[in-house]
Structure formats: structure tokens, C-alpha cells
Design a protein around this ligand. Structure first.
Ligand SMILES: Cc1cc2nc3c(=O)[nH]c(=O)nc-3n(C[C@H](O)[C@H](O)[C@H](O)COP(=O)(O)OP(=O)(O)OC[C@H]3O[C@@H](n4cnc5c(N)ncnc54)[C@H](O)[C@@H]3O)c2cc1C
Ligand SMILES: Cc1cc2nc3c(=O)[nH]c(=O)nc-3n(C[C@H](O)[C@H](O)[C@H](O)COP(=O)(O)O)c2cc1C
Ligand code: SF4
Length: 474
């Protein structure tokens, strides 16, 4: 059908698991030899029968903890990165001579090494190219620091699984390449732009606005950039390093685009009046709200605000990866906890606590469908059985009645009242838009925007999208 000058590569399973008739690695290598007689190249992957199980993206199989039946033929030594390379090596040893490759969370460094060592003939990448389609050009130009890092979150894949438009957590232009609001065009007039908050929303807005030629200054009241992403990095154990890399990438880009970054500087109305910006972008993150619940004043009740304060203080001394380890050793949290809130934040907190030896119950005052809201279907399919294994009970559709010394009193839909026992009750629900700051700053610049969790508490994908959109708009 196609001419001899058109390369045809075949993607095939080198090995399959969880079925008596599944392809064994030796069979996969033999099949590759046959396919090599008609194909110009082969892309090897592996798969598990039953639930997709994460073998297409081996790194995700390790979430929330590696299962006991990790397929032994893959290389798990780098957290799933490069996991399927051994299949390619096996096929090459068996005599397959057409170019062979695989895609498994390979980064440029590992890809280059595998090419030089002859373990791969091509480097396969999907997610890293969605996060930064310019990756190959940046590698060629030696600009590794400019590569926008994929955080491996699988939001892109989840969009596809849910029949939604493709979107990337870190690359706002993915899927919006022809959407007018996301088109790059140089600024018509250079404006003085003041950004409040160096979380992902503020940094992305600053990066894009500066790249278009505006004069941008970012302020943050904390002594470091990153906002809540650094806290997310601590809680999201398996994503810690990629999230830290994302913050580092954004910081580097601000320097590159000559954005002035002023840390430890809280913005108030007086500062805005003194600075007289043409454009004010308020990306100050969420505000903590009051919880009106009997017993909420008890010392056993821990508001998210307190948890965040403690984590932020700890981040002054330790990096997120160090904190991940230290909190496994010590944390000011009792051995049994009731978590109020069952969306992604509640589930993540529960997972974090369980991994640190705490017994956890989740109570959610909303419908069952909201449980895990904000997480991918794949992660949830791994998380629910893990919760069962760890005896985490999950109570949706409850009414919170009272915080007691020994737990949380709830009412379930059939009106029965129970006590969920726990020496601490922790809420992840006491936050909302930062209306007070917006009110204080409104009207102080001719052009003003409120973005990210300051406008509506959301996820990193929302913060980056809104940051980019405003960066393109100013
Ligand atoms: C524990 C935890 C886990 C999370 N897990 C995930 C997850 O798994 N996936 C996900 O997508 N999201 C997660 N999130 C949410 C994610 O972190 C937020 O969606 C994101 O950080 C919001 O970005 P932002 O830039 O809008 O605000 P923020 O990240 O909150 O940044 C706002 C910045 O503004 C600064 N600021 C505030 N007021 C002022 C002022 N007056 N002057 C100067 N600076 C000011 C703050 O210091 C802060 O640095 C998690 C959050 C937490 C806390
Ligand atoms: C958003 C998305 C869509 C994908 N769609 C397909 C597909 O249609 N067919 C397929 O064989 N693999 C598909 N994959 C799997 C990838 O081709 C690849 O094998 C896998 O993501 C591992 O590579 P990576 O670690 O570089 O992402 C998809 C992956 C992603 C992230
Ligand atoms: S959505 Fe997440 S996994 Fe997919 S490319 Fe973007 S950062 Fe990577």
C-alpha cells in the first residue's frame, strides 16, 4: 500500500501477564522475529489482562504502593522509568535486527544512554512530548533546563479515557493549539505587570506575559516560589520529584524571561498603589475558611490551615523529598485519624497518613460520586483496593454533627448517628476563594485578573491553564 520509502513500525506486546495463555517474554521475542520480516521497526510494550494495571505506563503501577505481583521481567529499579527496555534487549539477543524501541517514562538522559549503549535504536516518548512538544529540539540544542517536565500524573490519559478533550497538567497549550486565547503573539505595547503569588498560576502567567515582551514582577509572601505545589509534593509521595522539577522549571523560566521575583514580600493595597502597575494579576491561592461545627475548637481537631502552616514551616528547613522521608519517621498526628472530605485532597491525605502508620477513616458530606474527585480513574482503580487492604473505611453522604474527643459524630442518610473513632479529626474542606484580598486590591490597576485557586480552589492543571490564558491576554 505504501511505498518502500515509507517506514512501517509495529507496536506489539513483548509480554503479557495475568492469564494462562498470555504471551511469555520468550514468545514475544520470537514473534518479533517474525514481524521483523515485514516491519521496518518494532515498538515493544507489555500489558496485563484484567484492569489495565498500568503496564502501558509502568510507573503508574507503583501507585499507591508496588503490588506484590510486579511482573518480574521488567526493570523496576528506576520507579518504572525504562522498565520495558529489557524486553528490547532480549529480542535483540534473539536476533531481531530491525530498529527496536519502547516507551516507558524514558527521559532524555536515559534515552541518550540507552541509544549509546545500543539497548535501544529509537527512544519512545508519549507523555513527555505532550508536556513539551519541543523536547527533541531542546535536547538537540542542549537546552535540557528548558524542557517543561511531565509530572507523570496521567491527567492527559484520563481525559482520553473519559472522552474529554486532551489536556496536559503542565502544558496549557496542548489541545488548544488553534484556540485564539492561547496563541502566542508579541505584546503590542510593553506593560508593567504585577503578579501576586508565585504558585503555578502566578509563575505561568508571569512566564507567558514576559515571553511576549511585558515587564513583569512576581511577589510572594513566602521565602520560596511554588505555592501549594510544594505541599502537594510532600503529600503526593509518588509524584514528589516531578512536582519539585515543575517548580524548578518555572523558576528557571522566570529568570530566563527576566521576570523580577520578590520573595518574602506580602502584597497589600499600599504596595500596589506604590508600584502603579498597568496590569495586576492576583494569583494568591485560596483562603482558609471557618468550620462551623460543634467541637471544632478542640485541640484534637486539625484544620487544613494548621497542617499547611506546619508543612510550610518545615519546608523552611527541609526540601519536599526530605520531608517525605522525615514524616515517615515523625509527625505531630495521632495514631488514628478521621479525615473530613473525600475528594482528591481527602484521599491523598488518607494515603499519606496510612503510609505513615496511621489508622484512617474518611467521612464525606457529599454524594458517593464525589469520592476521589480530581483523581484519575486509573489511580482510583488502584487506590480503592489499597484502602481496603489498609482497612481505610470510606463514608460518603454523611452529615457532620460534632467533633468529639475520640472522633467525629456523623449522621448517615437513614438518620442513624454514629461515632467514627479517631484521636484526631482532620479537615481538608476549610478553604475557598481569597475574596478578602481580591476586595482589598480591586480597582487598583486599570487591567486586573484573578486566577488559579485564588479565584476558585482547584488543581494544578487549572492554575497553569488560567495562568497561561491571562499571560496571553495581557
Ligand atoms: C496537600 C496538598 C495536596 C495537593 N495535591 C494536588 C494534586 O495531587 N494535584 C493537583 O492538581 N493539585 C493538588 N493540590 C492543589 C494545588 O497545589 C493547587 O491547585 C495549586 O497550587 C494552586 O495554584 P495557585 O498558583 O493558584 O495557588 P498557590 O499554589 O496557593 O500559590 C499562591 C501563592 O500566593 C502567595 N500569596 C498569597 N497571598 C499573597 C500576598 N498577599 N502577597 C504575596 N504573595 C501571596 C502564597 O504564598 C503562594 O505562594 C494540592 C494542594 C495541597 C495543599
Ligand atoms: C494521552 C495518551 C493517549 C494514548 N493513546 C494511545 C493509543 O491510542 N494507542 C496506543 O497504543 N497507546 C496509547 N498511549 C500509550 C502510549 O503510546 C505509550 O505507550 C505510553 O504512554 C508509555 O509511554 P510514556 O511513558 O512515554 O508516556 C497513549 C498514552 C497517552 C498518555
Ligand atoms: S497531563 Fe500529566 S502525565 Fe500527561 S503529559 Fe501532562 S504532566 Fe505528563
Amino acid at each position: 500500500m505504501c511505498g518502500a520509502d515509507f517506514g512501517v513500525h509495529v507496536i506489539m506486546n513483548a509480554a503479557e501477564y495475568n492469564h494462562p495463555l498470555a504471551t511469555a517474554p520468550e514468545e514475544g521475542a520470537e514473534m518479533a522475529k517474525l514481524i521483523a520480516t515485514v516491519a521496518d521497526g518494532i515498538n515493544f510494550r507489555s500489558e496485563r489482562y484484567g484492569h489495565r494495571g498500568g503496564l502501558q505506563q509502568p510507573d503508574r503501577l507503583l501507585y499507591p504502593e508496588p503490588p506484590l505481583d510486579l511482573p518480574p521481567d521488567l526493570d523496576w529499579s528506576m520507579g518504572g522509568k525504562g522498565a520495558t527496555i529489557p524486553f528490547v534487549e532480549r529480542a535483540k539477543r534473539k536476533g531481531v535486527t530491525v530498529p527496536m524501541w519502547t516507551a516507558c517514562w524514558i527521559d532524555p538522559e536515559l534515552g541518550e544512554k540507552a541509544l549509546r549503549e545500543g539497548r535501544l535504536d529509537f527512544v519512545g516518548m508519549t507523555r513527555r512530548l505532550l508536556a513539551d512538544p519541543e523536547l527533541p529540539n531542546k535536547v538537540r540544542e542542549g537546552r535540557l533546563d528548558d524542557i517543561r517536565p511531565c509530572t507523570g500524573c496521567m491527567h492527559c490519559f484520563d481525559c482520553r479515557n473519559k472522552n474529554k478533550k486532551l489536556e496536559c497538567r503542565v502544558n496549557a497549550t496542548l489541545g488548544r493549539e488553534i484556540v485564539p486565547e492561547f496563541q502566542f503573539r508579541p505584546a503590542e505595547r510593553k506593560k508593567k505587570v504585577m503578579v501576586v503569588g508565585a504558585g503555578p498560576a502566578g509563575m505561568e502567567a508571569a512566564r507567558v506575559a514576559a515571553s511576549r515582551g511585558h515587564q513583569v514582577t512576581v511577589y510572594d509572601k513566602e521565602p520560596r516560589v511554588g505555592g501549594l505545589v510544594l505541599l502537594a509534593a510532600v503529600v503526593r509521595d509518588t509524584e514528589t520529584q516531578p512536582l519539585v522539577d515543575l517548580v524548578a522549571y518555572l523558576r528557571r523560566q522566570l529568570d530566563k524571561e527576566k521576570v523580577s521575583v520578590r520573595l518574602g514580600k506580602e502584597v497589600n493595597a499600599a504596595l500596589v498603589r506604590a508600584e502603579k502597575p498597568d496590569v495586576l494579576i492576583i494569583a494568591a491561592g485560596p483562603a482558609h475558611t471557618k468550620i462551623e461545627l460543634p467541637g471544632a475548637e478542640k485541640p484534637t481537631f486539625v484544620k487544613i490551615e494548621k497542617l499547611h502552616r506546619q508543612l510550610k514551616r518545615a519546608l523552611t528547613f527541609f526540601s519536599p523529598p526530605t520531608l517525605v522521608k522525615l514524616t515517615k519517621w515523625w509527625m505531630p498526628v495521632a495514631d488514628s485519624v478521621v479525615v473530613m472530605g473525600g475528594n482528591y485532597q481527602g484521599c491523598e491525605l488518607a494515603e499519606f497518613l496510612v503510609k505513615r502508620g496511621r489508622q484512617v477513616v474518611i467521612a464525606h458530606n457529599g454524594p458517593e460520586a464525589e469520592l476521589g474527585d480530581g483523581m484519575t480513574n486509573d489511580d482510583l482503580a488502584n487506590l480503592w483496593p489499597w484502602f481496603k487492604l489498609k482497612r481505610v473505611t470510606v463514608w460518603p453522604e454523611v452529615e457532620y454533627l460534632e467533633v468529639k474527643d475520640n472522633g467525629l459524630k456523623i449522621r448517615v442518610p437513614d438518620r442513624r448517628v454514629y461515632l467514627l473513632e479517631g484521636k484526631n479529626v482532620m479537615s481538608v474542606q476549610d478553604w475557598g476563594p481569597n475574596e478578602a484580598l481580591v476586595k482589598q486590591l480591586e480597582g487598583l490597576a486599570e487591567e486586573a485578573y484573578v486566577i488559579g485557586s485564588c479565584r476558585e480552589p482547584g488543581r494544578i492543571v487549572d492554575a497553569i491553564r488560567e495562568g497561561a490564558q491571562v499571560g496571553f491576554a495581557v
